[in-house]
Write a new protein. Structure first.
Length: 438
């Protein structure tokens, strides 16, 4: 999923969607058709600092596609706060786009609706083959053992962005490598009158991304091997508490950030109000807000000790955007051509440069444009220390339930209520009760 993710949907809504006979796109058949070969509708996710910026990025490429194929693409950029609900409504009503962006963490949940075109060997063959894509990106395209429900479009990873001037003023010579170092650096920064670390405490998806990493670093998993929710095990509770404690106990995140949900922490960083930001591929967003790349550094997200890696050293979820086709599109051939176009080497370079993301297509990722010092941090994270969120059918409910529990914990901190191991466990137990019974 991408960087500006505030989408949330209730478990009841998702359960209804999963139970329905899903049929996206515009065709009245379940298998798709080519009844409207000259047009496509495309729902793009809001990747940039505004919808207007996304249109400016995408429209020239859609015009290029039309010139090559004769197919006109009707573009709608959908805010993250609306996207998942819009998709779920489309899966049940049949009134949706032909092609759409989905957060990669939703792949298995949307796959379970049956609404999306499966990317089997034949369909992958039409766009140049599955082996064009990097393994980490393919790992977030659907449930294990099933044909992917989508194709990787943009790959992203979390990193620690730090303001060089604020660090220098506080006498800090290098970015923190562990959470203990981050807290210690935060105290030095606060002593100089600056905010230390930003967060989006009311952003459900940001919450789940960070708590997933913290749980991993404590050796925890949110689901058992057979797919049952397990939100209250000691390692998960410890991970969630450590994240919330950055505000509650360590006080390096301002309590006002408990209400942030729409990129306010990114804006604070861009304006020099805070020293550090944990974000996905933020460079384009920061540039659009007037922050020159020379003003900040990029480092791996901290770990408990040592260096990032696998297992307890994971420091990012595998973030990104996938491109999906509604199975009953009325321009199946055109939709496939569009996916091939958007994932071509040339377009991957253009689009991922515009969004400061990493191409999931191998040949494009190896281009010199993506070998900058900042990109090397993101590429290395994706290759060595990022893990995919659980690719289970209940993933969307999981994001909503746990992300909301963390939002409530941040709200408790802002209201002056104590956050204890018991209160964290109670919130997570309530979240687990919202999951479908197994």
């Amino acid at each position: 999923m991408r960087s500006i993710r505030a989408a949330a949907v209730g478990a009841v809504t998702m359960s209804l969607a999963l139970a329905a006979t899903a049929c996206g796109g515009g065709s009245s058949t379940n298998g798709g058709s080519n009844d409207s070969p000259k047009t496509l509708t495309y729902w793009a996710s809001n990747q940039g600092a505004s919808i207007a910026i996304d249109k400016k990025v995408l429209q020239p490429e859609l015009d290029k596609f039309q010139k090559q194929t004769g197919i006109k693409v009707k573009l709608e950029v959908v805010p993250w706060s609306d996207l998942l609900n819009r998709i779920l409504t489309a899966t049940t009503s049949g009134q949706g786009p032909d092609v759409l962006n989905i957060g990669n963490t939703w792949s298995a949940s949307l796959q379970a609706t049956g609404a999306l075109l499966p990317w089997d060997a034949t369909n992958f063959g039409k766009i140049g083959g599955k082996d064009r894509f990097v393994d980490s990106a393919l790992g977030s395209t659907g449930a294990e053992g099933k044909d992917p429900a989508a194709v990787p479009l943009y790959s992203m990873a979390y990193a620690l962005y730090y303001n060089k001037e604020i660090f220098a003023d506080a006498g800090i010579s290098k970015p923190p490598a562990t959470w203990a170092e981050l807290v210690a650096d935060g105290k030095k920064i606060q002593a100089k009158g600056k905010s230390a670390l930003g967060a989006e405490g009311a952003n459900v998806s940001e919450n789940i991304h960070h708590t997933f990493v913290f749980a991993k670093q404590h050796g925890g998993e949110f689901f058992t091997p057979d797919g049952k929710a397990d939100f209250t095990n000691d390692a998960v509770v410890a991970g969630v508490k450590q994240y919330v404690d950055l505000m509650a106990k360590d006080k390096v995140i301002p309590t006002g950030d408990a209400e942030y949900a729409q990129n306010q922490s990114v804006s604070d960083f861009a304006k020099g109000k805070q020293a550090m930001l944990l974000w996905q591929s933020a460079s384009a967003n920061l540039k659009s807000q007037g922050m020159d790349e020379s003003k900040y550094g990029i480092a791996p997200v901290p770990v408990q000790s040592g260096t990032p890696g696998t297992g307890a050293q994971v420091n990012s979820m595998v973030a990104g955007i996938n491109l999906a086709v509604f199975k009953n599109t009325d321009n199946l051939d055109g939709a496939t051509k569009f996916v091939k176009f958007m994932t071509s080497d040339a377009e991957q370079k253009i689009l991922n440069t515009a969004y400061s993301s990493i191409p999931p297509v191998k040949a494009a990722q190896e281009d010199a444009a993506f070998n900058t010092a900042s990109n090397s941090v993101l590429k290395n994270t994706l290759a060595t220390s990022a893990a995919a969120l659980p690719q289970v059918a209940d993933e969307s409910q999981f994001e909503t339930a746990v992300g909301t529990a963390v939002k409530d914990l941040f709200a408790d901190v802002a209201a002056g209520r104590a956050v204890t191991t018991a209160s964290v466990k109670a919130k997570l137990e309530k979240a687990q009760q919202q999951m479908p019974a197994k």
